[in-house]
Structure formats: C-alpha cells, structure tokens
Ligand binder design. Structure first.
Ligand code: IPE
Ligand code: IPE
Ligand code: MG
Length: 231
C-alpha cells in the first residue's frame, strides 16, 4: 500500500452486483451471494489492516424482503452458516463485528448467529466491522425518534440524536458502491451526511484489494471542505 494515501477513519460499502456477477457467468444468483460473502471476509480484513478503523457494509436491506422467498431464504441461511463458520477468522484477525438493523422481525437462528458473532469478537481491537442487516436508513431514524420519545426526552441536538442510532459510530468519510448503480438505496442516511462518494462499475465479488486501493487514491485527491473554503 502506498504511504502517501490518506486513510479514512470510517468506510462504508454498498456491496452490490452479486446477482449480475452470477447471471453473467450463467450461474444462479445464489452463487453470486456465496462469492460476495467470501469476498467480504478477505476484503474487510484488508481494509481494517490498511488502518481504516470502522467498516460498515450493507448486507441486507429492509427492502430486500421484497425479493423471492427462495432468494431471501438463501441469504438468511448463508448468514447463519457464514457467521458461524467464520467466527475464528474474525477472532484471529482481532476484528470486532457488530450489527446494525432491526433484529425483531428476523429469523431466530439468524439473530442467534449474529449475537454469537458479536459476543465472541467483542474484544477485537484492530477495527470494527459493522454489518448492516435488515437495515434501512429511514427505519434507523424512526427507531431513534421512538426511543427518544420513550425516554421522555423533550429536545435533542445532533450529538444526542446520534446516540440513539443503532450503533454509536463516527461519521462516514468514504462511501463506496459497487456494480455501477448511482444511488444510496436507503443506506446510513444520517452517517453519510458529509461522506465522499465513490462509485465503481465492478461487481462486488470482483471488488478486491486493488479495487479498494483505487478508491483510496481517489479519496486522497478529494478536497473535503465541510462547508468551509478551499484550502
Ligand atoms: C447485493 O447484490 C447483495 C444484496 C442486496 C443482498 P444484489 O443481489 O443486489 O445483486 P444485483 O444488484 O441483483 O446484481
Ligand atoms: C442495496 O442493494 C442493498 C444492499 C446492498 C444490501 P439493492 O440491490 O437492494 O439496491 P437497489 O434495489 O438496486 O436500489
Ligand atoms: Mg443490487
């Protein structure tokens, strides 16, 4: 890795294009999800080894329940087996895994696998992998508002409001979306407020270390002004 690169503190990835990756190879969409999961494992370790402290990834949106039962079931089974199988991988690499999203209407075995992975990796200090599963940016804001009301809080500022989100995380510095789609799709609306956006045409299963390095090169060139004046 090039030493001249600026390393963002919090990176977020909308990992998109698993289905098209598979279809273009004459495979079932499920094979694309397998390949995407495999890539997520090695790529997340690489990104956190580069010095990124938090990596948030969009694994399953609240809207993804609109897909066929077959595809949703496949993904849920993949989460259960994948999270169990890769426990040691994340522990050995000193990665703390956390989840964002609504656990209430998820299958019990999925929630169990999520809770177990969170528990076993809780002391990881290299970096945080925040997996957004059954996650929606608008739902997160609505859930925060309802919890604020339940707590009887009459007024909030940005800092207090942030504490009511699913996880207390710093703002996103760099948001990457793979597969050529140019939209946010209800991902981390609050946390993305001042993020630099990077779009890649590569499908997620092929978005490897070299592709991430390209995003870092681009991020390094960006002039982040936060409403101020060009330096
Ligand atoms: C991203 O890949 C993974 C999930 C949304 C679960 P897609 O499944 O959206 O792949 P495309 O966009 O159909 O190619
Ligand atoms: C966004 O991808 C959600 C995840 C990556 C989990 P989608 O493929 O669901 O997004 P749209 O439907 O193309 O906007
Ligand atoms: Mg997609």
């Amino acid at each position: 890795m090039n030493r001249e690169l600026k390393i963002p503190n919090h990176v977020a990835i909308i990992l998109d294009g698993n289905g098209r990756w598979a279809t273009e190879r004459g495979l079932k969409r499920s094979k694309g999800h397998d390949a995407g999961f495999k890539n997520l494992k090695t790529l997340s370790d690489y990104i956190l080894t580069c010095g990124v402290k938090i990596l948030s990834v969009f694994a399953f949106s609240t809207e993804n329940f609109k897909r066929s039962k077959e595809e949703v079931d496949y993904l849920m089974n993949l989460f259960v087996t994948g999270f169990k199988k890769e426990r040691n991988y994340f522990v050995e690499r000193n990665i703390k895994v956390i989840f964002s999203g609504r656990k209430v209407n998820l299958r019990k075995d999925v929630v169990k696998a999520m809770n177990e992975l969170e528990k076993i990796t809780k002391d990881g200090t290299k970096g945080i992998l925040n997996i957004c599963l059954n996650y929606g940016g608008q739902s997160e804001i609505v859930d925060a508002v309802n919890n604020i009301i339940l707590d009887g809080v009459k007024e909030v500022d940005e800092e207090t409001f942030s504490k009511y989100l699913y996880q207390e995380l710093p703002p996103i510095d760099l948001m990457i979306r793979t597969s050529g789609e140019l939209r946010i799709s209800n991902f981390m609306l609050w946390q993305l407020a001042y993020a630099e956006l990077y779009f890649s045409n590569t499908y997620f299963p092929d978005f490897d270390e070299k592709e991430f390095d390209k995003a870092l090169v681009e991020y390094t060139k960006r002039d982040r002004r936060f409403g101020g004046i060009k330096k």
